[in-house]
Write a protein that binds this ligand. Structure first.
Ligand SMILES: Nc1ncnc2c1ncn2[C@@H]1O[C@H](COP(=O)(O)OP(=O)(O)OP(=O)(O)O)[C@@H](O)[C@H]1O
Ligand SMILES: [Mg+2]
Length: 234
């Protein structure tokens, strides 16, 4: 479903420092992948490239048979809207909008749903994260975990095939983080959504079926955590 081939990335402000140095990987539909690595190793950059937020790199990225660099700006934003849900560490909610309005934000950019369908979908997404009762509250009146759940509900709004999350539990206490992880796990198992989570949180990587470690813009290891544990033990 996702194929990254020999991707190299240099930010124009720092031309002598390649941030991604020949990254290649394939991810199948329905996988739950966690990406770890030290700060500055290129994890967020890789996520942005896979999600079509960054189109300035060498190499090729193909997602669901679409070669991202060959897409026009319009097709690329269509791709993001249709196929990808993003969850960022800082939630990126709009504080002057209530939960429902935040969740249905994607529909303002592109939607062919009727008002009735939009309302239903908004309610369904808030239900999925257990926040139906808070639909009319604004983000600043919510806890960190609740805000993160609104951000996840919004990411699910367009029924993406792929969910890309950057440190989704980074600012949450461990109990709230665990609940968010349960939610991700059930999305992956029940809806078959492909899950890629960048994280420093070992609890996330423990649950993932695959652990990719990035070092200095390269893939340093790519393992099945359970298998690695068995091998280390033996
Ligand atoms: N917009 C940008 N312009 C210039 N350099 C950037 C930009 N974004 C990131 N970088 C640099 O690219 C490198 C990789 O950044 P990236 O955000 O991908 O790291 P990361 O692995 O996600 O780190 P962290 O764990 O701290 O989030 C860093 O050295 C960073 O300073
Ligand atoms: Mg990052």
């Amino acid at each position: 479903m996702i194929s990254v081939q020999n991707v190299r990335k240099v930010y124009p402000t720092n031309p002598d420092f390649p941030v991604l140095r020949g990254v290649s990987l394939g991810i199948d539909a329905g996988e739950f992948v966690s990406i770890v690595g030290t700060s500055g190793s290129g994890k967020s950059t890789l996520l942005n490239v896979i999600g079509g937020l960054d189109n300035h790199y060498e190499g090729t990225v193909t997602v669901d048979s679409l070669e991202l660099k060959s897409l026009s700006d319009q097709d690329l934003s269509h791709f993001r809207n249709r196929k990808i849900g993003f969850v960022f560490q800082a939630f990126n909610l709009l504080n002057h909008l209530n939960c429902s309005e935040n969740v249905r934000l994607p529909s303002y950019f592109m939607s062919n749903l009727s008002e009735k369908e939009l309302n239903k979908r908004t309610t369904d997404c808030l239900d999925a994260v257990g926040l139906q009762k808070k639909a009319h509250q604004k983000p600043l009146t919510l806890s960190g975990g609740e805000r993160q759940r609104v951000a996840i509900a919004r990411a699910l709004f367009n029924e993406p095939k792929i969910l890309l999350c950057d440190e989704p539990t980074g600012s949450l206490d461990s109990k709230t983080g665990d609940k968010i992880l349960d939610l991700f796990e059930s999305l992956n198992r029940q809806s078959g959504i492909t899950l890629i989570i960048v994280t420093h949180d070992v609890r996330v990587s423990e649950r993932a079926g695959r652990l990719i470690r990035i070092e200095d813009g390269r893939i340093a290891s790519d393992t099945n955590p359970l298998q690695a544990l068995v091998e280390e033990g033996g």
